[in-house]
Design a binder for this molecule. Structure first.
Ligand SMILES: [Fe+2]
Length: 316
């Protein structure tokens, strides 16, 4: 072995010694090995989400039709409704306001000649205020009507003097419409979540009832319909909270419904907010029969109210 070969061996030896030293230092700095437990692998969701159908009266008072625990992640806004009516004199009236798609606005402009033929916008539900300003901006020349609450909530809009709930307004538009305001229930509840009441409108020529919330129509999907569940016309689920807190309120409400059925006995269609329209297809029960059925379905609510608040004896 020459000198250079020996030097190579010396460097290798030094490297081995140093390497061992570094290794030993590294081991000395590590914590002791952790105890290891072995478990069977499994798959599970740590943030489960479930789609639950339900009635959400408002974002602050979500009543979900399912017995599940969990957080409400999202409420899909179903919006409100509006009906465009052609009057006998050729002008148009818009009952209520809502968000409108581009296509709907194009159609509305076409029918009303860019708003020239739209003589009035009548807002009928005291708590449906979200789209009032927007629609007024689109059609500023149409007379703007609303309930007393609309005027309190949106005081800067150019409201007409008559309120939607006033007899004077009902007379003003009597040629085309008949109006009814529910009795025995609060028109504007102290509880903002109670949207039961509104001004109901009957368009005489088309035999159509336009109603926000007071009456709801829920069509069943075909699959469920095949299982025997029928499309349902019902009163808004807040009736219990809406009934005025005095004896006779239940009687007054019942009488009001019976009067509606007598007065609008020829009704063929219902345009209802948040749900769907009931259009007469010549099959099934008539609209008045369906309203009476809806009244029958709330009889226990009316009986419970009488038991709680008594009965003055002034009614039969
Ligand atoms: Fe509503």
């Amino acid at each position: 072995m020459g000198f250079s070969g020996m030097r190579k061996w010396v460097w290798l030896l030094v490297a081995l010694i140093l390497g061992a030293g570094v290794q030993s230092v590294t081991f000395a700095q590590q914590p002791p090995a952790a105890n290891v437990r072995v478990a069977k692998a499994s798959v599970q969701s740590i943030a489960p989400e479930t789609l639950v159908p339900g009635t959400v009266v408002s974002r602050n008072d979500a009543k979900l039709a399912a017995e599940v625990t969990g957080r409400l992640l999202e409420v899909l806004d179903v919006g409100t409704q509006a009906s465009l009516i052609k009057c006998k004199d050729g002008s148009f009236v818009l009952l209520d306001t809502c968000k409108m798609s581009e296509d709907t606005l194009v159609e509305l402009d076409k029918l009303t000649l860019n708003g020239d033929l739209l003589k009035a916008i009548i807002n009928l539900h005291p708590f449906h205020t979200a789209s009032v300003s927007e629609v007024h901006k689109l059609y500023p020349t149409a007379e703007l009507y609303g309930t007393e609450r609309h005027k309190l909530v949106l005081p800067d809009l150019p409201w007409q003097e008559m309120n939607s709930e006033d007899d004077a307004l009902h007379q003003h538009f009597a040629q085309d419409f008949d109006f009814l305001v529910p009795e025995g229930v609060d028109f504007v509840s102290d509880n903002d979540n109670v949207h039961f009441s509104s001004v109901l409108v009957y368009h005489k020529a088309s035999k159509t009832i336009h109603v926000d919330d007071t009456l709801m129509f829920v069509p069943m999907p075909k699959l469920i319909g095949a299982l025997g569940m029928k499309n349902a016309l019902s009163f808004h689920p807040t009736l219990t909270l809406a009934l005025e807190k005095h004896p006779d309120a239940a009687f007054e409400f019942e009488e009001w419904v019976n009067n509606l059925v007598d007065r609008w006995g020829g009704a063929k269609n219902i345009c209802a907010a948040h749900s769907a329209n009931l259009i007469d297809d010549g099959e099934g029960k008539s609209v008045p029969e369906r309203i009476l059925k809806a009244l029958k379905n709330v009889k226990w609510i009316l009986i419970a109210h009488r038991l709680r608040y008594g009965y003055s004896g002034s009614r039969t």
